[in-house]
Design a protein around this ligand. Structure first.
Ligand code: SF4
Ligand code: SF4
Length: 100
């Protein structure tokens, strides 16, 4: 069943992963993974096999209650969802989002 926008917002407020972390693809090679771990990155493998490293980078507009500029947030924040970057670590993963 398609998630309501309200439910999506609740999940995102409880998660905040993509507003606090910057994720990027890295090669699935042990030496690369070890190197990023040594550099303090969080490295994990998504369920589709892609390897992602992430570092903290909190958006200046985020506060504990969510996005402080939610009604006027950038269009890219409306179009984006964390599944594209964080896969199954995104709280929306596995849900039917419909046309967001
Ligand atoms: S990672 Fe997913 S659930 Fe978490 S804040 Fe981003 S879009 Fe929302
Ligand atoms: S503007 Fe809002 S939705 Fe966009 S990254 Fe910042 S806190 Fe997240």
């Amino acid at each position: 069943m398609k998630l309501t926008l309200k439910k999506q917002q609740e999940i995102c407020i409880g998660c905040q992963l993509c507003c606090t972390q910057l994720g990027f693809y890295i090669p699935n090679e042990t030496v690369v993974i070890d190197f990023y771990n040594v550099r303090g990155c969080n490295v994990y493998q998504r369920s589709d096999g892609e390897t992602i490293a992430s570092i903290p980078m909190e958006c200046q507009h985020l506060y504990e209650g969510g996005c402080a500029i939610y009604s006027s947030r950038p269009q890219v924040c409306r179009d984006y969802n964390g599944i594209l970057e964080f896969g199954d670590q995104c709280g929306l993963y596995g849900h039917d989002l419909g046309d967001r």
